[in-house]
Write a protein that binds this ligand. Structure first.
Ligand code: LLP
Length: 438
C-alpha cells in the first residue's frame, strides 16, 4: 500500500479521500470501485508541470489515455486539469464528447479504426488522428475528401524498442500489430500523407508498452524517434508534433517502485530534457511534445472494496472469497498481475495470514491474487484491493451475468456515484427474441 494524505489508515480503519471504507460499504454496498479525485488531480498536475519544466519554452501536452478508465466524470476531471484525451474507439470518443472535452484536445488511436470511427473523428474535427497503417491513409484521405475536411494526422511508428514489462503489453517489438516500422517504411507512409490532398501531416507517435519502470527503454525510444525526426528534416519534412506515448508504471505490490506525484514530475521532466537535448544536438526546432499516461493518472487513485463471503482453509491454501472477481478485475486472470490488499475494517492488525483472494465466478482462474499477506479475515470483513483505478472498470465484463460494480468518487470527506449500479434489467436490456420465437 502506497499511502498518502488521501489514502491512509486511522484507528485501524482505511480512509479514502476522507471517507472510511466502512461508511462507503454502508452507503453504497460492495463490490465497489472507489476513486480518489484529489489524487487524479495531483498526478495530472505533476505530469503537466514536470513535462513543461523539462521542455523549457517548447509546447507540451499531456494526454490522458482514457482506455485506462473511461467515464464522463473521470474525463471531466482530467480535462479540467488541462489534459488532452486519448481515445481508441468510437465509444471512448463518444464518452469524451459527452464529458465536454474540447474536440481539438482529443487524439484518436487504433490499429483498425472502423469506417464509422474515422468518420466520427472527422465530423467532430478532433485534434489528431493517429494513422496506423498504409491502408488507413488511403481510407482516411477518401473519407476526409468526401466530408470536405482536412484532419491533422500523426503516424504511429514502431521504434522497435523492447520494454521490460509483461509481454502482452509490449507494443514496439518487431512482431507487433501496431504502427509502421521506423525507417524506410515509415518515411514512405509519411510522404504519402504529406502528398495526400485531404490530410494535414503533423508528426509522429510511438508507444513502447505499459507498466514500465525501465527508463532506459524510454531513452532508447527518444534516441530512435529524434534521429528519425532529423532524417525527415533532412528530407524536407518538418515534424511539428512528437508524441512519445504512455506506459509509466505504478505500484501494485512487492518490489514495484513507489511513485508519488513529485516523482512522476521528476521522471517526465527528465524525459523532456533528453528529448530537448537530442533535438538541439541535431539543430532541430522543438516540436510540440505529447505524452499519454493512462495507468499512472488513475491507477493508484482507485481502490476496490469487497465483502468476504466464504473462507476455505484447504491446508495447502487458504481461500478468501469475495463478492467480486474477474468480472470487475480480470488482470490476474489475464496477466497474473499482483495486487496488495488489506482488511479495511481491521487494518491495524498484523498481516498474519497468507491467502488467495478469489472471486465468485465459476472458474478456478477467477482470482484477484495468490499468496497475499493479509490480516486474519472473518466473514463479512471488508477487503480493500489497491491500485485498481486503471484497467479494471475499463476491462470489466458481465461474466456469469454479474453486474459491473458501481463507482464512487471521493473527495474531502464526500462520496457520490459516478457510475451507478448496474441492474439485472440493464444487463439484459438488449436481449430480444428472434422473430420465430415470438
Ligand atoms: N498510448 C497508447 C497508444 C497506448 O496504447 C496506451 C496503452 C497508452 C498510451 C497508455 O499506457 P499506460 O500509460 O496506461 O501504460 N490492459 C493492460 C494495459 C494495456 C495498455 C494498452 N495501451 C493492463 O491491464 O495492464
Amino acid at each position: 500500500m502506497n499511502t498518502r494524505e488521501t489514502l491512509k489508515i486511522e484507528n485501524g480503519q482505511l480512509i479514502i479521500g476522507g471517507v472510511s471504507a466502512v461508511e462507503l460499504r454502508e452507503k453504497f454496498g460492495t463490490p465497489l470501485y472507489v476513486l480518489d479525485e484529489s489524487y487524479i488531480r495531483e498526478v495530472s498536475r505533476a505530469f503537466v508541470s514536470g513535462l513543461k519544466e523539462g521542455y523549457g519554452e517548447g509546447e507540451i501536452a499531456v494526454a490522458y489515455a482514457s482506455k485506462a478508465l473511461c467515464n464522463t466524470a473521470v474525463l471531466k476531471i482530467t480535462s479540467s486539469e488541462g489534459l488532452y484525451t486519448d481515445v481508441v474507439s468510437g465509444g471512448e470518443l463518444f464518452t469524451a464528447l459527452k464529458a465536454g472535452v474540447e474536440p481539438s484536445k482529443i487524439i484518436m488511436h487504433g490499429n483498425n479504426k472502423t469506417d464509422s470511427e474515422l468518420k466520427m473523428a472527422l465530423e467532430n474535427e478532433i485534434g489528431y488522428i493517429v494513422v496506423d497503417s498504409f491502408c488507413e491513409i488511403e481510407r482516411l484521405n477518401k473519407f476526409a475528401s468526401e466530408a470536405s475536411k482536412k484532419p491533422t494526422v500523426l503516424l504511429r511508428v514502431n521504434p522497435l524498442v523492447t520494454a521490460h514489462t509483461h509481454e502482452a503489453v509490449q507494443t514496439a517489438k518487431a512482431d507487433s500489430k501496431f504502427g509502421i516500422v521506423i525507417g524506410d517504411e515509415a518515411e514512405k507512409a509519411i510522404k504519402i500523407m504529406v502528398d495526400a490532398e485531404n490530410l494535414e501531416f503533423m508528426g509522429i507517435h510511438c508507444h513502447i508498452g505499459s507498466q514500465i519502470f525501465d527508463y532506459s527503454a524510454y531513452e532508447s525510444s527518444v534516441a530512435t524517434m529524434t534521429e528519425f525526426v532529423k532524417r525527415l528534416s533532412d528530407d524536407g519534412i518538418e515534424i511539428k508534433v512528437l508524441n512519445m506515448g504512455g506506459g509509466f508504471g505504478v505500484f501494485y505490490a512487492g518490489d514495484d517502485p513507489m511513485f508519488t506525484p513529485r516523482r512522476y514530475a521528476h521522471t517526465v521532466k527528465n524525459l523532456a530534457i533528453i528529448v530537448a537535448k537530442a533535438l538541439s544536438e541535431y539543430g532541430l526546432k522543438k516540436p510540440m511534445l505529447i505524452i499519454e499516461p493512462g495507468r499512472a493518472i488513475v491507477g493508484e487513485a482507485g481502490v476496490t472494496l469487497y465483502s468476504v463471503g466464504t473462507i476455505k482453509d484447504l491446508g495447502v491454501r487458504k481461500y478468501i472469497a469475495v463478492d467480486g472477481g474477474m468480472f470487475d478485475n480480470p488482470r490476474f486472470a489475464l496477466y497474473q498481475s499482483e495486487y496488495s490488499a488489506i482488511i479495511a475494517n481491521k487494518a491495524n492488525e498484523p498481516l498474519s495470514d497468507n491467502v488467495s483472494i478469489c472471486g465468485k465466478c465459476c472458474e478456478s482462474g477467477d482470482l484477484i491474487g495468490v499468496d497475499i499477506k493479509l490480516q486474519k479475515a472473518e466473514l463479512d470483513d471488508i477487503v480493500a484491493v489497491f491500485t485498481t483505478g486503471a484497467y479494471n472498470y475499463s476491462m470489466a465484463s458481465n461474466y456469469n451475468l454479474n453486474a459491473v460494480p458501481p463507482m464512487v468518487l471521493v473527495k474531502d470527506g464526500k462520496a457520490d456515484y459516478i457510475v451507478k449500479p448496474q441492474t439485472f434489467e440493464d444487463m439484459i436490456r438488449n436481449n430480444c427474441f428472434a422473430s420465430w420465437q415470438k
